[in-house]
Design a protein around this ligand. Structure first.
Ligand code: ZN
Length: 179
């Protein structure tokens, strides 16, 4: 048996695996893996994994777990304090400001007269209808009538939740939301 083969066998053995685990948990091992993660090679390997089917699945499972949700909330809070976030927010604000909101009153009138029911669940709104952005502003939607639809409060809440999580996912995956 050659040296390389012996090494490979050792790594596969229970003893070898236990030794590897001990090393990974040691200060020296942690330092080495942190160094690797920051290297060109380590970053490239991580990016490749994240783009693979298996990697995507693992990430999606992680973000649905309690731990992942907590980590995401922490990362979001941290990013909200960064310069990049401030720049994005300023752009977003300027975009909203530049958009005409004149369609709103007409739209509300139209909702009352022509569409007395929620587009999604067909309930009668009563006085609790809301104007929903079909394509969210963050995804390039406008305040124009053509991008608005009347929804009841509950349907609007559900759709907004979907929109927010899709946008958060896009941001995580590096999607560009605002041009
Ligand atoms: Zn509804």
């Amino acid at each position: 048996m050659g040296r390389a083969e012996k090494d490979a066998r050792y790594r596969q053995s229970a003893k070898g695996k236990a030794a590897a685990k001990r090393y990974q948990q040691s200060e020296k091992g942690k330092l080495a893996s942190a160094k690797y993660a920051q290297s060109e090679k380590g970053r490239a390997s991580l990016a490749k994994y994240q783009q693979s089917e298996k990697g995507k699945e693992t990430i999606s499972i992680y973000y649905q777990s309690e731990r992942g949700k907590l980590a995401f909330a922490k990362a979001s809070a941290k990013s909200r304090q960064g310069e990049k976030y401030k720049v994005t927010q300023a752009k977003h604000k300027a975009r909203r400001k530049a958009m005409p909101i004149l369609d709103y009153p007409d739209f509300i009138l139209w909702m009352y007269k022509v569409k007395p029911r929620c587009i999604k669940c067909n309930c009668a709104y009563g006085d609790s209808f809301e104007a929903d952005h079909i394509i969210p502003i963050a995804e390039g939607g406008t305040n124009k009538w053509t991008n608005l639809q009347p929804l009841c409060r509950e349907c609007h809440r559900l759709k907004s939740n979907e929109d927010i999580s899709r946008i958060a996912r896009l941001k995580r995956e590096g999607g560009i939301l605002i041009k």
